[in-house]
Ligand binder design. Structure first.
Ligand SMILES: Cc1cc2nc3c(=O)[nH]c(=O)nc-3n(C[C@H](O)[C@H](O)[C@H](O)COP(=O)(O)O)c2cc1C
Length: 313
């Protein structure tokens, strides 16, 4: 599964991951309040709800702290045919979200979180999943109680990122703790945190016994990780993509982004993706600097091509 990432998991990126074998895709997080209160036709929400017809197994992720609003927004998403299920975000560490009591801050308030899950469950006919961290900080790790609460309120699946809110993305994800959560539940669990290679994927599955795994940062500029994980799972030796494949994928991603957001936004938004596609290849820093200063799409394509193309002899 491709883990939800705000600012990243829009359909042009999800499509690359789908084509490389990600079974389940998750949208960027969608604010319940924003969905309900933004003017009809609001571009940001039009973008958040956009999808590509190849995207099967697409899950909409919702966040918010008001149970009634969460239910109302979930009903809207549930009725949209592009979504195979709804996910509730209890993991976001961003101060903008936790500052007002949302995202991972809700893990500190089990009764309110229970009302949110119950309200969304009543509103949603499709499968419902819940994504969470281990807890707020090391002294308040409550993921087992939290996940059980979700199960009691009718969630079909949970995804656990093996870090507390306080850790943000630092330290190592605690896979042993994910195992304890899995053991305490009857519903399936997706393990998440620090899968960067096919070997990590095999390890997280064998350590946790999870039903599946979610990859976030490991997929940045690297949608091939899903193909490689599937190869490793079926006992094959995972094959890294050659430079020509990386080039073609990066340029197809750019074209999709242009179709999605127009030329100017695509130029800006693709800078980070190109930096990730370049990562680890010779001359990456120089090419990245060129990409970040060009304002012209044809020049951008030329820069990327000359970085990846092997000179003819
Ligand atoms: C840039 C970025 C944005 C993220 N946005 C979301 C989000 O919108 N919803 C969510 O549940 N998690 C979000 N996450 C957390 C990831 O889904 C995932 O739980 C976390 O990155 C750990 O997995 P990884 O080690 O495979 O990256 C985000 C992570 C990153 C790096």
């Amino acid at each position: 599964m491709l883990a939800p990432m705000a600012g990243i998991t829009d359909w042009p990126f999800r499509l690359q991951c789908k084509r490389q074998g990600a079974d389940v895709l998750v949208t960027e997080m969608i604010s319940a309040m924003g969905l309900l209160q933004s003017p009809k036709g609001n571009l940001a929400y039009k973008h958040l709800l956009s999808f590509h017809e190849e995207e099967t197994g697409l899950i909409a992720q919702l966040f918010g702290k008001d149970p009634a609003m969460m239910g109302e927004a979930a009903a809207i998403l549930d009725a949209l045919p592009q979504y195979a299920g709804i996910d509730i975000n209890f993991g976001c560490p961003a101060p903008k979200v936790t500052g007002s009591g949302g995202g991972s801050a809700l893990m500190k308030d089990l009764p309110l979180s229970r009302r949110i899950v119950a309200s969304v469950r009543r509103a949603v006919k499709k499968p419902l999943s819940v994504k969470m961290r281990l807890g707020w900080d090391p002294s308040s790790v409550n993921v087992i109680d939290f996940a059980k609460m979700c199960q009691d309120e009718g969630a079909d699946l949970v995804t656990v990122h093996g870090r507390t809110r306080q850790q943000q993305y630092s330290g190592k994800a605690d896979w042993a703790m994910i195992t304890k959560v899995r053991e305490a539940l009857d519903i399936p669990l997706i393990a998440n945190g620090d899968v960067f290679t096919p070997g990590d994927a095999l390890d997280i599955l064998s350590v946790t016994g999870a039903a599946g795994l979610a990859v976030g940062r490991g997929a940045l500029g690297n949608p091939w990780i899903f193909r490689e994980i599937n190869q490793a799972l079926s006992g094959e030796t995972p094959a890294r993509p050659d430079p020509d494949t990386v080039l073609k994928t990066a340029l197809a991603h750019l074209d999709d982004m242009i179709a999605f957001k127009g030329e100017y936004r695509a130029l800006i938004e693709m800078r980070k993706h190109f930096a990730w596609y370049l990562k680890g290849s010779p001359g990456a820093a120089r090419t990245r600097a060129l990409i970040n200063t060009t304002e012209d799409l044809d020049a951008l394509r030329t820069i990327v091509r000359s970085h990846f193309e092997v000179p003819a002899h």
